[in-house]
Design a binder for this molecule. Structure first.
Ligand SMILES: [Zn+2]
Length: 305
């Protein structure tokens, strides 16, 4: 029998950029569960209270497997990132995991989640005597920024079969620097500058491809669109559509499209696609989707023919 008890003895302090990295991953996978690892430090107070400080998250990795009700991380990738982070931050621990349930509406940890976390925290190779789990439980479509998702925080202790939920009053979001991912502070969603083509793209993309958002990279002073598109075989590709300037006087913007996570049969058209210039980001996304779907369809015809 499992209980969820609010334990007053746990404080969680999480840096805004780590939370943003989690929510950005949620934006990318709004149909399937996703998740990753949580990095940070902890301290024990004299009275036994536990203080958890989160200052990094490792994404699921390129070979993660997802569905609307399950999720398996790419452990090899995550171990590699952890070793890299450890070199510069030797005090950093793997505190636990985060994953999402807003896609299936299940408002708390599942029996399977609890079983897995208990196995981890009671394992002889587990460094810490607790395991921290952050669960994204709901999306707030009306809210923006860090309010766009709602998360619950849990701690499981060794030799204790209860699941403790951290009191919301004892969770704080800070401006501390994030240690991983390293580019989160450089690339943030920004309000849209008043450029006609960008405004038109926003209207079109919002309606047809709600996953795709505009970004401004401060370091490179670049403007681009990025997000996920679902193809006819139900696979999800990741698109980046940078805005570039031509050599005309005055210069006019044009757009290119670059694709990640595409189905095998689409890889042949990617190079040709990457060389095309489009007059708008919406046209670039639409054209890419059409060409990929055509390649998928032809592959099916070929297989049958
Ligand atoms: Zn779960």
């Amino acid at each position: 029998m499992r209980t969820e008890e609010k334990v007053l003895g746990v404080d969680v302090s999480i840096c805004a950029s780590a939370l943003e990295a989690i929510f950005a991953e949620c934006d990318r996978y709004d149909h399937d569960e996703t998740g990753g690892r949580i990095l940070g430090t902890f301290r024990r107070e004299r009275d036994g209270a536990l203080g958890i400080t989160v200052n990094g998250v490792i994404g699921p990795g390129p070979n993660a497997r997802r569905s609307s009700s399950s999720f398996f991380q790419d452990g090899e990738y995550q171990a590699q990132v952890f070793r890299h982070v450890e070199r510069t931050h030797p005090d950093i621990e793997h505190l636990g995991n985060w994953h999402t349930h807003h896609v299936n509406g299940y408002p708390t940890l599942s029996g399977g989640d609890v079983e897995t976390y208990q196995r981890i925290v009671n394992h002889q190779n587990h460094n810490l005597d607790f395991f921290y789990a952050l669960l994204v439980v709901a999306r707030n479509p009306e809210a923006s920024g860090l309010d766009r998702y709602r998360a619950r925080h849990y701690v499981l202790f060794r030799d204790d079969n209860r699941v403790h939920e951290v009191d919301v009053e004892r969770i704080s979001v800070t401006d501390e620097a994030v240690i991983w991912p390293t580019d989160t502070d450089l690339v943030r969603p920004t309000p849209l500058p008043d450029v006609t083509i960008r405004v038109q793209d926003k209207t079109t993309l919002e309606r047809l491809y709600p996953d795709i958002r505009s970004y401004q990279s401060k370091r490179a002073n670049a403007f681009y669109w990025r997000g996920a598109v679902r193809l006819i075989d139900d696979s999800v590709i990741q698109l980046t559509v940078p805005e570039l300037m031509d050599d005309e006087q005055p210069p006019k913007p044009f757009y290119q499209v670059f694709v990640k996570d595409m189905p095998e049969v689409c890889s042949t058209i990617v190079k040709q696609l990457g060389e095309q210039h489009f007059q708008s980001a919406a046209e670039a996304v639409y054209s890419c989707e059409q060409q990929m779907n055509r390649a998928l369809y032809q592959a099916v015809l070929g297989a049958e023919g």
